[in-house]
Design a protein. Structure first.
Lengths: 520, 520
């Protein structure tokens, strides 16, 4: 059962977001759920210094939890330096402010505990956003429509085991030693050849092998972004890219998309308003929408970036997973695209656990990339690189891709057919030509997080829209991935979601919920 | 042949550092050597805007290089936005200033090239320091006394191959899928057990497996450091730690060491002068000196950090490599050490190419670490973790360690005996009880970089002192590693170095060198 927000305290309710909910179906302990929400309210300045929190007894009664649960929540808030308890008087908001220059020595408290909260950087602070509140990705559901990740039951384990054994036998100790900072040369050569064969001429000297694509996002953030720099992203976009750029002080600005991707007029308007440092985009099978940019759209977006002197990072994470339609050239291969940073990964098409990705970067950046890698991770794992190279060189990647494309195409078809059958007509979705997920838009009155909480109770998991938005939004949208589950389970999951959506749409609006509601 | 600095231009020589040298024995192309040194002079404000560089013909004659080489150097400087050529008038310093807020749109130049130098962050800029000038670590010498890295010919490849095959066979596809953010649980349990057995009680819940130790330095930098934060480091210290902290804006402050490690009085003085965020240290077999802190010293350093509320990052990268003396407890295991961040790696004792390290962190930081990893690299490679775990669990790590300790102890003995035999009496060195390298101090008049240039010509490589200093210094010191070469080659290398040192000491001082010298 999901308890909607619960009202309490001296301030007037400002809206759902300021409320406290307890949800016993989440993996996060209840006391932490409470503490986290109060923390958010303090950090959002909903609660000012000196404000008295309800007594433990009061809050326990309102939230229908044990008093010890509230005690633990308040203790946690005290530990992280947000409240202070005065015996007999109550618990008060006493925010110890942490800022870039304002931290003070004295993190060793009198009681022997170390006050880390005084020392951690602002970039490490939680944003209290949906991914944290819901622990998305951490749960295990009966039907998993969340992750844009490959189905491990399809992994070509035997072929890979042979490749692995061969390279260990042939290369001996060298394969376990440090590799070069740029990556294993034969793998770079193979990748350069493959990219060139697909119409994107690339030299192996411009290729860096990374420990996955995520380190590529981190690297580009480190390389380009300074505090306050504007970064244009598709809206919605990949949430962990937002995280990677924000670590370096980026101000991500979402640019609206339509069925052909980024809307050029909107991008132009954004670029005209202020200087932008970077445009991050996924032109093919975009995450989370599955939308691909047309050739004309690609050219327009690239031209705008060139005109305004904005660097472009093109993420091709799942571009190999095309099930219909014709291949579109990456921005990198278009006229004027020579300086586009091109990011790719083996995690979506082979084995995510090997952590292998790659970045194509122009020579002007090689020196800086080498320096940054020296301090970040030295090099990618050599054994994994050599084994994947051997696997690919034997033609096993293409064989595997053909197989996976067939499986995924059927799963996508089942997903779309099931939605047609079970979703109310007010619900809309994208129909991608490839990739791993699609984007569902609900009527405005329906909150995807509410739907998710209900769906999890029934064993179905997905990623709600707010996760993918730089600046709020997406409340009535969600991403469904179709690569993890078999066809009949996808159909079953969609049927369950359809039931929830129909009930939500039928719900009378504006009627107060009977669950208790606390606003701080 | 090494050409010492060469005089030219309108300014008076200010000292060796402002000069330009060309060294054909270095792997770096000559034109880049010239460009890099002029770049340094511009960036150090030795050369101001508007200053006219010598004509290509003049500089080529002075440096005894081809005119096209100078042309390429100037073109490189123009490309990175430091000089501008006006046909018929010459080449002028025209620095395009790049600052946090000062970058402007318009990186797309009229000629179609993309001006990356306007977009890269300050943290990516080269420091023009010794590691860059000399490409340390990139060359291949006949006798390699540079890297504090393991000798691959000792790698226990057969045992590892078996462990690898076992886990792939037993775990199947799961081993190639994403692992958890914290790392492979059995490996964390094994590590926690091992640390606890060695007197440092650690829970597997406090352990994070990383893609090497370097990502741990990067992670701690990200976690704690904000622009301008003071970080205390041993002087000398590990150069890539300096790099990792500087990326996040750290101001590293070197604290003097003696034969027992950090001098507490000096640390106290530093802590009293200004607030410090972090102390980074390697209490056992410190890199580069090989020095270990005594128990009393460890307690004093920890107490100072606690008193001043400074976080401690303890790097135990090679603490398992003890050849004599008794094991010293890590700071983490001492009273009050519970909040010490403890960093370790498998790269020094097993296989660096697997890229596996680990970090012990207190619960207060787990949330932030999880968040930062989500945007940095998601997780460490699962296959590598599972294979190493199997290898360790079978007792093969301890067997291998025993073997390597024997080999390394003999190599260290040979190194020290050879130095006694061949080094002039004015030269001093540390005699570590373990680890991978030791520290040599030359008479003040001798420059270790000069010795290195000479040694490389004779096929011997080592790491010069300036590499390991946060704030200059180390000019007359160097690190010799003894883990990469066999005994007779170590002896041969030391004999060569001894010859160079004797000649340098015998050199009459203050006599001008006959090689041409250019000062800009």
């Amino acid at each position: 059962m999901c308890y909607p927000p619960v009202a309490m305290g001296t301030r007037k309710p400002r809206g759902k977001s300021a409320g406290i909910r307890v949800n016993r179906t989440l993996p996060e302990p209840v006391y932490l759920q409470i503490a986290d929400q109060i923390r958010n309210n303090i950090q959002n300045n909903e609660l000012e210094d000196g404000h008295r929190l309800p007594t433990m007894r009061e809050l326990a009664a309102l939230l229908r939890v044990n008093r010890n649960t509230v005690r633990a929540a308040y203790a946690e808030l005290e530990r992280i330096g947000l409240v202070q308890s005065d015996v007999g008087r109550g618990t008060f908001v006493r925010r110890r402010r942490v800022s870039a220059l304002g931290w003070k020595p004295g993190a060793a408290a009198g009681d022997g505990t170390f006050r880390w909260e005084r020392l951690v950087s602002r970039r490490s602070a939680g944003r209290g956003d949906v991914i944290e509140r819901l622990s998305i990705g951490d749960g295990v559901a009966r039907i998993e429509l969340t992750g844009a990740v490959a189905d491990r039951s399809l992994f070509p384990v035997d072929g890979f085991r042979e490749a692995l054994e061969e390279v260990v036998r042939e290369m001996g100790p060298a394969i376990l030693d440090y590799g070069s900072r740029e990556g294993y040369l034969p793998l770079r050569q193979w990748l350069a050849g493959r990219l060139s064969a697909h119409g994107t001429p690339v030299s192996e000297n411009d290729l860096f092998i990374l420990n996955g694509a995520q380190p590529g996002l981190d690297l580009v953030g480190k390389l380009l972004i300074e505090e306050g720099d504007a970064v244009a992203v598709e809206s919605p976009t990949y949430h962990n890219a937002l995280g990677a750029f924000r670590v370096y002080g980026a101000d991500p600005v979402g640019v609206p998309m339509d069925g052909e991707g980024i809307v050029p007029g909107a991008l132009e308007e954004a670029f005209a308003r202020r200087p932008f440092k970077l445009l991050y985009c996924m032109p093919t099978f975009q995450n989370p929408t599955g939308v691909s940019m047309s050739r004309a759209r690609r050219e327009a977006v690239l031209a705008l970036a060139r005109t305004h002197g904005v660097a472009v990072l093109e993420d091709t994470f799942d571009a190999d997973l095309r099930y219909r339609g014709k291949e579109e050239a990456p921005l990198r291969s278009l006229t004027g695209g020579r300086d586009v940073l091109l990011l790719g990964t083996f995690s979506k098409i082979l084995f995510p656990g090997l952590r292998l990705g790659w970045l194509v970067a122009p020579p002007a950046l090689h020196g800086a990339i080498g320096r940054l890698r020296r301090s970040a991770d030295l090099a990618a794992g050599l054994l994994a690189q050599a084994a994947v190279h051997r696997f690919c060189e034997k033609g096993l990647l293409d064989r595997h891709l053909e197989y996976v494309r067939g499986v995924n195409a059927r799963r996508l078809r089942v997903l779309v057919e099931s939605m047609r059958r079970h979703f109310p007509e007010e619900v809309h979705w994208t129909e991608p030509e490839g990739g791993m997920s699609l984007w569902v838009t609900l009527p405005r009155s329906i909150d995807a997080v509410d739907v998710l909480l209900e769906a999890r109770r029934l064993g179905v998991n997905f990623a709600p829209g707010p996760l993918f938005h730089a600046d709020g939004g997406g409340a009535n949208a969600l991403r469904l991935s179709f690569t993890l589950e078999q066809e009949e389970r996808i159909a079953e999951g969609v049927e369950i979601l359809g039931g929830i959506l129909k009930a939500k749409i039928a719900e009378p609006r504006g009627v107060p919920n009977d669950a208790p509601s606390v606003f701080l």
